[in-house]
Design a protein around this ligand. Structure first.
Ligand SMILES: [Cu+2]
Length: 308
């Protein structure tokens, strides 16, 4: 008893396949605007606007290269098998084989090796991107609150040893003695000003739930977690306007948790800070949503239920 396979006539099938392929190719090419071409060249990544961005981009690029090489090998093997072992006559059943030890060893070891290489480079890039310089040029205290952002800019001398939390005596310990701030709301999208070519440290605070602070063009982002201060350093290298957002679904108005970023000259940055001061947005410690940021259930040392 042989395999019952339906009889196919090859030629019309091949012709319609060719026409379909041609149609798809023309559609794809016709849809390519200049912006699309730019996107394709960038492998769908935004233009890099920070010193840290190229690390992320290189990882992304080489992951594509590895995926394409794997793809070409797999597609090649598929087409080779399809052509080489095709059915040559209606009543023929191809030779049936099972077990090929060298092949099985290969397809077990090769993916494991690929994962090891991907893992190595991911860790290498991550270490670079989340690296913290002991003395950044400036520090901005960022609060992600449901559902907007507050940016606190330090005025005057910076104390790089500040913890952005509490010192050993339980006193607030921030990098500056004076602050100016801008606080967004669900209606008012705030703008974060940054001086170009300066390494800025963001101390990330949340008074409520987990948010995630990120600017696509910076190619870095970091979670904003209540009860702890995450730190992220970025060096913007290109002046311009960028869009930032919350990357963590944080509640009903999460989609409104947008902000703009203006990377400007140092003079324009100083002028903006003076503007905030003139508007009365001044404080001697950053606006971080009140003391409950640090006193949440289960986080205080002396409450019942604390495990410390
Ligand atoms: Cu959020």
């Amino acid at each position: 008893m042989g395999l019952q396979v339906p009889k196919l006539s090859g030629a019309p099938m091949r012709r319609s396949l060719k026409i379909a392929l041609l149609g798809v190719t023309m559609l794809v090419l016709a849809g390519c605007s200049e912006a699309d071409t730019h996107q394709i060249k960038n492998l769908a990544m935004p233009d890099r606007a920070t010193a840290q961005g190229p690390y992320t981009y290189e990882l992304w690029k080489w992951a594509w290269v590895a995926a394409m090489v794997t793809g070409v090998i797999v597609w090649g093997l598929i087409f080779y098998a399809v052509v080489k072992f095709r059915r040559r006559s209606d009543d023929e059943v191809p030779r049936q084989t099972r077990y090929n030890l060298p092949l099985e060893v290969f397809y077990t070891i090769a993916p494991v090796l690929m994962c090891v290489v991907f893992f190595f480079h991911t860790v290498r890039v991550q270490d670079e991107v989340i690296k913290i310089e002991p003395e950044p040029d400036l520090t901005v205290e960022v609060m992600g609150q449901q559902w907007s952002w507050t940016f606190n800019y330090g005025v005057g001398e910076q104390d790089p040893t500040a913890t952005a939390g509490e010192d050993d005596n339980g006193e607030p310990d921030f990098a500056y003695d004076d602050y100016v701030y801008f606080s967004g709301t669900g209606r008012v999208i705030p703008t974060l000003y940054l001086p170009v070519d300066r390494t800025v440290q963001f101390n990330l605070h949340s008074p409520d739930v987990i948010h995630d602070f990120g600017v696509p063009s910076f190619l870095v982002k970091m979670d904003v977690i209540p009860g702890r201060v995450n730190k992220l350093q970025v060096t913007p290298t290109v002046e311009g306007t960028y869009a930032g957002k919350c990357y963590e679904l944080c509640g009903v108005s999460h989609s409104r948790m947008l902000f703009n970023v203006e990377v400007v000259s140092q003079a324009e940055y100083d002028a903006y800070l003076a503007e905030l001061a003139e508007a009365g947005n001044t404080a001697d410690s950053p606006l971080l949503g009140g003391s409950y940021v640090r006193d949440q259930v289960g986080l205080e040392d002396d409450s019942e239920g604390s495990n410390e």
